[in-house]
Ligand binder design. Structure first.
Ligand code: KMT
Ligand code: NI
Length: 178
């Protein structure tokens, strides 16, 4: 079950989390969320429809755990460093738990806790980071609209076109298509 809330980088902040809905998350950041049935997503057509409509033609599967990745520490470190990409970051969680943190228009962190069946799409140009949950394990599928050339640009990367375009979209406001 996805959970979304504002976090404060100050470790002294012990106030209870302020949860927001996935609709609010979209309006504030452009991040899209889909709930998939983890037992049926391969055949129920929901994922196929998303892939077709959005033109996701490449995909792969990754397991993040100490045992499954030779460069685990390095990968984990790069994920938790604030960065952006020129393309959408599309992830479907199959098992385990992780946290995507994204910046809202006021540069505040919003945390998105994802587990099995949660599919999220981060727009190109959004600053974000990712950390594993308490079990240090997550299994996910990644989707791409073109052959993946997966480059991460650490903050600050405000001069990039994809960042400028994202900031423009943010200013105009994100409105759901349906
Ligand atoms: C990325 O760019 O791959 C990330 O931000 C981590 C997402 S989960 C592997
Ligand atoms: Ni990323």
């Amino acid at each position: 079950m996805v959970k979304v809330w504002y976090i404060n980088d100050e470790s002294v902040d012990r106030s209870p989390p302020k949860f927001i809905s996935v609709d609010e998350l979209f309006r504030k950041t452009g991040v899209e969320y889909f709930k998939l049935n983890i037992d049926a997503y391969k055949t129920d057509g929901v994922l196929d429809k998303i892939k077709e409509e959005r033109g996701y033609s490449y995909e792969d599967e990754l397991v993040f755990s100490k045992d499954s990745l030779a460069d685990y520490e390095e990968k984990i470190k790069s994920f938790k460093t604030e960065h952006l990409h020129s393309d959408e970051e599309i992830r479907l969680i199959l098992d385990g738990l992780g946290y995507f943190d994204v910046r809202d228009g006021s540069d505040q962190w919003i945390r998105i806790e994802v587990s099995a069946g949660d599919m999220i799409i981060l727009p190109g140009g959004i600053y974000h980071r990712f950390t594993l949950g308490p079990d240090n394990y997550v299994k996910m599928r990644r989707f791409f609209s073109a052959e993946p050339v997966w480059l991460a640009y650490n903050r600050p990367s405000d001069e990039l076109d994809c960042r400028k375009q994202y900031v423009d979209r943010l200013r105009q406001g994100f409105v759901a298509a349906n």
